[in-house]
Design a protein around this ligand. Sequence first.
Ligand SMILES: [Zn+2]
Length: 151
Amino acid sequence: MPVFSRVSKVRLLTCDERLQALFNEVIRERDCMIVCGFRNEVEQNKAFEMGFSRKRWPEGAHNRLPSLAVDVLPAPYKWDDIEAFKEFGAFVKGVAFEKRLIKGLKWGGDWEAFRDWPHWEVEPQVPLTPLPLRFASTFDTIGLRPIGVGA
Ligand SMILES: [Zn+2]
């Protein structure tokens, strides 16, 4: 069973928990490396200038902490191996579907205007701002839904 390198693990820990759950499943069957999770201002603007990203800090999905995006390179770690990216992309989607890990997962490989093969992204979880204090007691702090509603 493949495992993440130490540096891949550290990078994945900067990502949204949903991306962590997904790629911790993926690595059980497919060898891959986490190239990038969170990107700070210097890293983001460098990625923009080098043409790897179309966004400047702090507009990118990699610029939130935890990061809403992760870049993953499948084995055998060749950036120009488009077939490997396509095959890996289909596999990751299959895992996401099968494990019901992520609703609305987006893959940069599907973006026709700008194919971003290693890029996986999730929507922000709501709410993003703290609740007004007067509402706080009626919401649980984990699921952020009214207590007693849903499961
Ligand atoms: Zn990315």
